[in-house]
Each structure stands twice: as structure tokens, then as C-alpha cells.
Write a protein that binds this ligand. Sequence first.
Ligand code: SAM
Length: 471
Amino acid sequence: MSGTLSLPPAFEERMACQLGDDYPAFVESLSSATARTLRLHPIKASTYTIPDATRIGWHSFGMRLSEEKSVTWDPLFHAGVYYVQEASSMFLAALFQSIQPTLEAAVILDLCAAPGGKSTLLAELIQPEDLLISNEVIRSRAPILDENLQKWGYPNVCVTSMDPKDVGEYLQDTVDVVVVDAPCSGEGMFRKDPAAILEWSTANGALCAGRQKRILHDVWDSLKPGGYLIYSTCTFNPEENEAIVQWMHESFGVEAPECIVNIPDGVVTLSVSGIPTYAFLPHRIAGEGFFITLVRKPDTINTIRSTVRSKSKKKTSTSTPSTPLPEPLHQWMERKGYKIQITKEGCTAYPEAWSYVIEKLPTNKTVRCGLPIGTLKGKDWMPAHAWALYIEADSIHYPTYELTYTDAIRYLRKEEITAPEEKGWHIVTYLGHALGFIKSMGNRCNNYYPSEWRIRHAIPEYSTLFLLEKV
Ligand code: SAM
């Protein structure tokens, strides 16, 4: 987007005061064009390139496109080969990696996770022995989070829809790293989404700050003593940024972690009671407004603990199925040390070592635990869509069937496609990347693409499409 934005006078006044001599450059930057940025999948995208794209300095898989283009019609987007994510927020990786050497078989909680930009990033960063709990309180936003994480293809992920208060109670002293990408006044997105300007007011900023404190207070007890909390917003408002860090320091005694972070050129760092904060400002870096900080919970028992009621653990519904799994799947589970959970939605598999955490999650707030693997329909095993997108899906051999671009789009629209002669389940691929399952009857096939994920709108002009190219 480009052109002059009409900004609220109170916002202009505050920013002029905050930025001093930098203010004219800041205002000018808000009128410059934004670019679409992507994060390539570290495994699925290893052989791809994007012509005319530039690398994002602070993330090796981050790419900035030369133009805004729609990715909906690129089958590789649906295969999880890349994710559309704002450049500045990829800096989360640098903070997470700075503490990663101190983590071992860790539980990582992404509290405000939909639509999944930070969760997909965390999923690729964590170790196979770690567990990511990706949570979104607004239930209607949990399906898009689950979809994006399934496309990203990592197995050690749970998707939940808990209120932060429930998180603090069910997961007391369980989590090693909490990520709070807080709902905020969104000032940093004014350039990309000018509609956000209309919702801006000083009072709304104060309201957001109150909500952020509530969220942090509620989730605090889930964090183990000595654990880490990463707090971020996409606003420039000090009330929602530095003041929140100061409040965490005064209320919970948070401290600066001992770690080294490589700070990209142009990022503004401040120290709030000794805790470093990182601000991305659009006139200083090529990205949108973003604020992030990393704090450590003291090792000693914390003050708000006494107010917490510990919720009783639910009875687990995990089991070894009495109905046999297909033998290759059974062997895969044994090899991985995975356990199975059976719900009415189907079977999921997760590392057995995480049973004690998964048993703490309330069933009615859990969207899925681990990797969906399939459902037993009568005597037939029906593989789950997530299995096709799983990064190690080739550990169980399903025949693959390569689609043309036209058939790939028809598949993603859940329309009929040409069938392979060989009967049975096939994983359909485009440029070698799995899109999902079909079942062939020889002369025709059933399309098992999830109905809720299908592309519903009409194809636009070719010139606006983005298609990834092989190296
Ligand atoms: N982390 C996400 C990503 O990278 O794609 C973006 C998160 S967005 C900035 C903030 C999220 O907080 C939204 O998904 C919103 O639904 C959720 N949210 C809103 N109110 C909340 C509350 N009171 N407690 C927790 N989360 C809330």
C-alpha cells in the first residue's frame, strides 16, 4: 500500500514526542509501499528459490517479495512449503534460539497463537523431544491455527483453545517457555492495514494494556520457576510495551535472562530495569512495527501462586487401541516411542514422554494432541489428511500421484481429478510436494481434501499470482 495515511492527531503527537528527530522519517515510511514477506519451510522448501526476492536479514528462511501477490493459487502454499508472515515478527526465532541451549525436553506454550505465524516458526525450531502447545482462546480461530500447523507438518504439537486463566491453572509449573504475542492496539500495522487506524484511540490503547496485564497475570503460574516468557506486540505504544515489562518486573520479579542475542541493524534496544527490549520501527528496518522482549521467571517461588486453585487432572482417554493399526503405522509408533489418543475425530499420535502434560489438558478445550494419523472406519483404515503433510510422511509408504497445475487446483477446490489406475489410497503431489489423499477406484477417485480448507473463490488474473520456482 502507498499514499499518505491520515493519522489520528493524538497518535501523531505521541509519536513525535517518542521519536524526536526521527519522527519525519517515521511518518514518511508509513506512506511507502509494503511488501509481502514469506518464511520458507526449512525442510520442504530446501530446493526452492524466489526470483526477485530479497532475504530478510534476521531470518535465514525469510524472503521479501518485490510485489504484493496472492499465494492462494500456488499449490505449494497449501503443501506447507512456505508461510506468509510479516518480516519483523520472524525475530522471535533469534530470541528463542538464544535460550534454546538451556532447554531440554521442554514444553513451549504459544498462548495467543492464531492464525499460527509464530507457532509454525516455533514448531520448526523446537527439538523432536520438545512439545509445543499452541493455544487460541477464540474457538472460531482455532481451526485456522490447526490447519496452518498441519500444513507445516511437525508432529510434537497440541492445539488447544483455553482461556489464559485455565492455562495458568491446568498447566501450573509445567511450561518452560511461554510466548505471549498479545492482542494490542495494532499501531505497527497501520501501513499494511489502514483500517486499523479507524479503531485507534488513546482509550483503546489503555484498554489493551489492561488486557495484556490480565493475560500475563493469568498465564504466569503455568511457567516453571526459572522458565522464560517472550512477550510481543505489533504496536509502538509504550503503555503496551515498555510499561508492561516494567509492570512484570515489579509484579512478578522478572529478570533479564543470561543469553546473547544478535541484534539486527536498525532495531532499537532499550533497557527496562535491566531487561532488554527490541523495537522494530518501519523507518529503521524493512518491516512493520513490532516490539518484543524476553524475560526470565525467578527461581524462587512466586507471589501470585497462593491465589491459584489447582485444577484436578482429567482422566486420560489415551490407550493402546484394541482395533489393530495398519502394521507399518504400528511400527512407526513403536520406533518413535509414540502413544495413541482416540477421540471421535480420529486417532492422534504423540511422544509417550509427554503423556503427563497431555493428561493435564482439558478434553473439551483440546483441538488435537500430537499428529492426526487416521480413523478406523469399519475394517478400513482411513489416513488423516495431516499424515500426508507430515514432514516424515514417507516413513510409511503410500503410492504418490503427481498432479498437473490444473489438477492440483481442482484437488484444492475439492473437485474431481483424473484417477491413477492403481486402486486404493494415494498421496497426491504437486512438484513432488504432498497436498493430501485420494482413494482411487481405478476409473475415478474420491477427493479427500478437507472440505473446510478448500479454495472457494474464483481464480484471479494470472499476473497477480505468486508461484514458487525450483532452484
Ligand atoms: N501469534 C499470532 C501469529 O503469529 O499468527 C498472532 C496473534 S494476534 C497478535 C493475538 C491473538 O490473541 C489473536 O489470535 C486473538 O484472538 C487472541 N486474543 C484476543 N483476546 C485474547 C485474550 N483475552 N486472551 C488471550 N488471547 C486473546
